[in-house]
Design a binder for this molecule. Structure first.
Ligand code: SF4
Length: 161
C-alpha cells in the first residue's frame, strides 16, 4: 500500500491499526523544504502494523498550524532541523499536548529516532494500546523518559521562522 500527496499536499496512508503520516499542506507547497523528509518518513513507516492506529503529525514550519504537537507523535520542521514531540492525546476529557523530547535534531537523526520509537511501540505495545498510554506505561521510549510535565512549546514564531 503506498501513500500519495493529494492535490492539497496532504499525505494519505492506509487506515486501520497502522502508522499514518498526517502532514500539513506546506502552505500549498510554498514552504516545501521538508516535503522530501515527510515522504521518506512515510515510505519507511506508512502502513506499518502497530497495536492501535498511530498518527504521526508532520508540520512544515514552527507555526505548526496543523497541530503536530498534539498528535501521539509530532514532528515540526524548523530552520533545517526538526523538533520531536511524543505522547499527545487529542480527544477526550484528559486531552493534552505531546511532550517535547528533542529540539533541533538533524534530518537523519529525526528519521532514525522516529523509526526507533515506532519499532518499540510495535514490538512492546499491548493490543489496542494507544501510543500515549504505552509511553506512560513503559516510562521510556527510544531513550526519552516519560514526563507528566508539558513545557510550553518554544517561543511563538512568525510564520516561516
Ligand atoms: S504555516 Fe507551517 S505548519 Fe502551517 S501549513 Fe504552512 S508550512 Fe505547514
Amino acid at each position: 500500500m503506498t501513500a500519495r500527496l493529494t492535490e492539497a499536499g496532504l499525505l494519505l496512508s492506509p487506515i486501520g491499526d497502522v502508522v499514518q503520516l498526517k502532514a500539513c499542506d506546506f502552505c500549498d507547497g510554498e514552504k516545501g523544504e521538508s516535503i522530501p523528509l515527510a515522504e521518506e518518513l512515510n515510505r519507511r513507516l506508512g502502513g506499518l502494523k502497530v497495536p492501535k492506529e498511530l498518527k504521526i503529525g508532520f508540520n512544515g514550519c514552527a507555526m505548526a498550524c496543523y497541530g503536530a504537537v498534539t498528535e501521539e507523535i509530532g514532528i515540526v520542521y524548523r530552520r533545517g532541523t526538526y523538533d520531536l514531540f511524543l505522547g499527545g492525546k487529542k480527544i477526550g476529557r484528559n486531552a493534552h499536548p505531546a511532550q517535547r523530547v528533542a529540539e533541533g535534531i538533524s534530518p537523519g537523526e529525526m528519521l532514525e529516532t522516529v523509526e526507533q520509537v515506532v519499532r518499540e511501540y510495535a514490538e512492546q505495545g499491548h493490543p489496542n494500546e494507544r501510543f500515549n498510554k504505552f509511553f506512560k506505561r513503559v516510562k521510556e521510549v527510544a531513550g526519552f523518559a516519560y514526563s507528566d510535565e508539558r513545557k510550553p512549546v518554544i517561543e511563538e514564531l512568525a510564520c516561516g521562522d
